[in-house]
Design a binder for this molecule. Structure first.
Ligand code: C2E
Ligand code: CA
Ligand code: CA
Length: 635
């Protein structure tokens, strides 16, 4: 790069060339006679190969070119002196030629070279030019073998050449547009490379800016529906709703059960429904509103609206539009859109919180099976409490905050205690003793239910060992969530626990719910079979509360069926009683024992005894109590 610029400078500085011949540059004519010519033999000149455009070696002509060769030629023409450049090449031999007395004249000696050239004398400066920003004078040097006569004649001859002639020579060299050797193409090449690099840089910069813009747009667009995504919604929320208008806005979270659509009609149909909704929403919303797909099946809409009645009207009309999809496409069954609406306050700053509040309304709408719910303070407070509970739930198992409660089970004929069901209670540090309804669902959602199950199982094993030692021949049944039984490592975990305790395995019953048998069938089947091999009995819990496949009772080799308490509480008329009786008989016919849950009255007890129910459990007999109290009942 440096070289390129220095080459440039050679050319550019020559434009402002300054010719110096001293003050006596314009010379009177000196006699140029042919008689003089006879006096000279060939004068050898050592040329400067690298002083463009004053003198340089030309690769093409293999000669020195430039102002000085032209000048010497001119002098030769005028005086008859014969100059011959010796040993012309691109290497500079001037110093060695001077030392070896091979040349009389050393050509194109610059100021910087004055000390180096071993000449006995120098001519007056012939010309000067700017090189690398500095004035530089050029002269001829006469070596030791140059005679005094030669020096004088040369001086005279040089004086015959006028300033304007020298200028003409210089101009001629300059007009050649650069040095005619290999530097020119190199320079052009370098300039071209520079230009290409420049163009490339501009192109890259252009694409970078474009890419950055597109990335930003991509980050804010939902690929499936083409409308804004959650980033877009949050961005607009922050930049569009100024503080003074916040209280005018309502934010709705609108969604449908996408999993249901996927399961019933497939992924493509679910996507179609989403696209339809996105289209409808973007068409329907007002100028000051904005919308985005903020979740898998959820859209958010921010809308200016005041008064609960207006909000209800607005959200109803939106839901009507969206739910037209099912009618429009003639689908018999289609999960409808429901909504949660949150009416903003001027103190609401976080979009995440506002969306969360709207989502709570949606959650309640689903639970209550209504089209929409406007989130209210009570609802949000409860949700907040749930969140707090969840935080303290995280290491409740590790901190051994769960307790084993037992609800005694009685023999169906004698009414005597024969066993118990293990039920957990959470001894919450602030809220006191909590029942499973407060935490089981949370633990399931957090994927921590298995931790509780294994903990309760170990507690059960420990009590069974204790009872065994005391000679109490009672059994305990232990609840297992569906996800626990379906785990690949279930048997491994169970084995690791039971090897720590010694008790009769027939006294331990594993309680599974009906839905367990529907999930991950092969692993569940394998796990249940392994448990039976270990000697444990299997009870199917809450039978009759939901979907029951009779073939499961056959395939899974269930030992005990626990009939859900809803069946017993409905056995108040002929049909209800017939159902209960039918179930007990049916299960007995399969060779399975029956336990009836939720026995609360003496009549129920009598009825079940007459029906031949094997075991009973309910508040009529015993409520769940801490482990230590159970021993009192038994005794
Ligand atoms: P479950 O297995 O059906 O347990 C029986 C539930 O019915 C218990 O509720 C018990 O207190 C209640 N109950 C018993 N007799 C009567 C009665 O006569 N009338 C009425 N109304 N209720 C009665 P609890 O203790 O609140 O447990 C609720 C559920 O929590 C249990 O239902 C069980 O599914 C689950 N659960 C409890 N502990 C655990 C556990 O450690 N792991 C798992 N996975 N689930 C557990
Ligand atoms: Ca149970
Ligand atoms: Ca039950």
């Amino acid at each position: 790069m440096k070289k390129v610029f220095s080459n440039y400078f050679w050319i550019i500085s020559f434009i402002i060339i300054n010719i110096v011949f001293g003050n006596t540059a314009v010379l009177a004519a000196v006699g140029t006679t042919t008689e003089n010519a006879a006096a000279y033999t060939t004068i050898y000149v050592a040329g400067n190969p690298d002083c463009y455009p004053v003198e340089y070696y030309d690769q093409k002509t293999k000669c020195y070119e430039g102002v000085l060769p032209t000048l010497l030629k001119e002098i030769s023409d005028r005086t008859g002196m014969d100059f011959t450049y010796i040993n012309a090449s691109h290497s500079d031999h001037r110093l060695s030629m001077a030392r070896n007395c091979q040349a009389e004249i050393i050509s194109a000696v610059t100021d910087q070279e004055l000390d180096q050239v071993a000449g006995i004398s120098f001519s007056e400066p012939i010309l000067s030019f700017k090189k690398d920003g500095q004035d530089c004078e050029v002269r001829l040097a006469f070596t030791a073998i140059a005679s005094q006569t030669l020096q004088e004649k040369m001086t005279e001859a040089l004086n015959t050449v006028s300033q304007s002639e020298i200028s003409a020579m210089i101009l001629e060299q300059s007009s050649r547009a650069g040095r005619p050797d290999d530097r020119s193409p190199q320079l052009i090449l370098q300039i071209m490379i520079l230009m290409i690099l420049l163009v490339l840089t501009v192109i890259i910069l252009f694409f970078c800016v474009k890419l950055q813009r597109r990335n930003r747009a991509d980050q804010m667009t939902d690929v499936l529906t083409g409308i804004g995504n959650r980033n877009y919604f949050e961005y607009y929320f922050q930049h569009h709703i100024s503080e003074q208008f916040r209280a005018l806005y309502v934010v709705a979270y609108i969604a449908f059960d996408i999993e249901k659509v996927k399961n019933f009609y497939g992924e493509a149909k679910a996507e179609e429904q989403l696209r339809f909704a996105a289209n409808e929403l973007s068409e329907y919303i007002g100028d000051n509103d904005f919308t985005g797909r903020v979740g898998d099946a959820g859209f958010a809409v921010a809308h200016i609206c005041s008064g609960e009645e207006n909000v209800k009207q607005w959200i109803s009309s939106i839901l009507l539009r969206l739910n037209k999809y099912c009618i429009k496409f003639g689908i018999d069954y289609c999960p409808y859109f429901s909504a949660g609406v949150y009416m903003m306050k001027s103190s609401d700053r976080s979009c995440t919180t506002v969306l969360y509040n709207a989502q709570q309304g949606y959650r309640h709408a689903i639970e209550q099976n209504v089209p929409f719910v406007i989130s209210n303070a009570k609802m949000l407070r409860e949700e907040q409490e749930r969140k707090i509970l969840l935080n303290s739930l995280n290491d409740a198992v590790n901190k051994r905050q769960f307790q084993l409660f037992l609800q005694c089970i009685v023999d169906g004929q004698t009414g005597m205690v024969c066993g118990a069901e293990a039920l957990s209670r959470w001894d919450h540090p602030k809220q006191g003793l909590l029942r499973p309804g407060n935490y089981i669902e949370l633990l399931e959602k957090e994927g921590k239910i298995s931790e509780l199950d294994y903990y309760m199982f170990e507690e059960t094993c420990c009590r069974l060992q204790n009872w065994g030692n005391k000679g109490l021949p009672l059994y305990i049944s232990c609840n297992f969530a569906r996800v626990t039984i379906c785990r690949e490592d279930f048997i491994e975990q169970i084995e690791a626990i039971i090897k720590k305790y010694y008790f009769d395995h027939r006294r331990l019953i594993l309680e599974l719910t009906e839905d367990t048998l529907e999930t991950n069938k092969s692993t569940t089947f394998h796990n249940i079979a392994r448990c039976q091999k270990m000697g444990f009995r299997i009870a199917l819990d809450d039978v009759g509360s939901g979907y029951t496949s009779f073939s499961d009772l056959r395939d899974y080799m269930i030992d005990i069926v626990k009939i859900d308490r809803s069946i017993l509480s409905s056995a108040v008329n002929e049909k209800g009683i017939a159902l209960l009786q039918g179930m007990i008989s049916f299960v007995h016919n399969l060779g399975i024992e029956v336990l009836c849950e939720g026995v609360e009255t003496e009549q129920q007890f009598e009825m079940l005894r007459n029906m031949g129910c094997d075991y009973m459990q309910g508040y009529y007999f015993y409520r769940p109590v801490p482990y230590a109290e159970v021993e009192k009942y038994i005794r």
